[in-house]
Design a protein around this ligand. Structure first.
Ligand code: IPE
Ligand code: IPE
Ligand code: MG
Length: 246
């Protein structure tokens, strides 16, 4: 077994890392409130945490990271807050495009991008297109994403294929249905991390989370550090995954 000595936090077995980590980046608002700052400052700090944690995940050699950036329910927030989040995303994607060769992340979006501002949608498209060659580490950004919405969309696409005679409902398998999801071709998440003390999925990866291990921590996302990531991975490595077996 190889243990990481250089990284902070508990010892982690580098030979048995999760292949796919998913993170519900929660707690930005509470982080800002504690500091008497506007919620937007919490989102800015959260975006900074994403930059750092994504780098750590890449250095560990973990090939898939999926992050929950904006849910189908987050439109219920004030227009100012939604605009602040979209503005941060714009900056983030401009950076992704600028620093792509240095950062070497494949960036893919899960979610319905059609309600986004046209320039932001274009940035998403450009980032996704231009980062296609960087397959060693893939980051899926869930944006206007909902697990139920994803499943409904897949069902609609599948039904259309049935009507067109391209699919036979009697023969539908899980593997075939998978092909209609945003996550097609991506292995299911092994570990789902939710900071900020909430212990719920909030409509994240409902289909894909079937056998994921969950890790909750009270740390707020903007405060989440490399040591917290290693803590989560260490906890994951102590779980016994049975997948229904014995
Ligand atoms: C998560 O932080 C970011 C988004 C949902 C976009 P929150 O904004 O939900 O932070 P809390 O839960 O209010 O602290
Ligand atoms: C989930 O967090 C969505 C994201 C982190 C993007 P929320 O803060 O929206 O979830 P609830 O409202 O606490 O369930
Ligand atoms: Mg929240």
């Amino acid at each position: 077994m190889l243990f990481s000595k250089k990284t902070p936090g508990p010892e982690v077995d580098l030979e048995h890392l999760p292949r796919h980590i998913a993170i519900i980046m929660d707690g930005n608002g509470r982080w800002a409130r504690k500091r008497r700052l506007p919620r937007s400052a919490g989102h800015a700090a959260g975006a900074e945490t994403l930059r750092r944690i994504a780098g750590h995940i890449q250095r560990l050699g973990i090939p898939y990271l999926t992050v929950y950036a904006f849910s189908t329910e987050n439109w219920k927030r004030s227009p100012e807050e939604v605009e602040a989040i979209m503005g941060l995303l714009r900056t983030y994607l401009q950076e992704v495009l600028r620093d792509m060769e240095k950062n070497r992340f494949q960036t893919v979006f899960f979610g319905d991008l059609s309600p986004l501002a046209p320039d932001l949608r274009a940035l998403c498209r450009q980032a996704q297109e231009a980062s296609r060659p960087y397959t060693d580490c893939r980051m899926n950004i869930c944006l206007n994403y909902g697990g139920r919405d994803e499943i409904l969309r897949a069902a609609r696409l599948y039904a259309a294929d049935c009507l067109a005679g391209k699919a036979d409902p009697q023969r539908l398998t899980e593997a075939e249905f998978d092909q209609y999801l945003y996550s097609r071709g991506v292995p299911d998440p092994d570990l789902i991390i939710r900071p900020s003390g909430e212990q719920r999925l909030s409509n994240f990866l409902l289909w894909q989370a079937a056998y994921a291990e969950f890790y909750y921590t009270d740390v707020l996302w903007p405060d989440f550090k490399e040591a917290d990531l290693m803590e989560a991975i260490a906890a994951y490595q102590h779980r016994k995954r049975r997948f229904g077996g014995v």
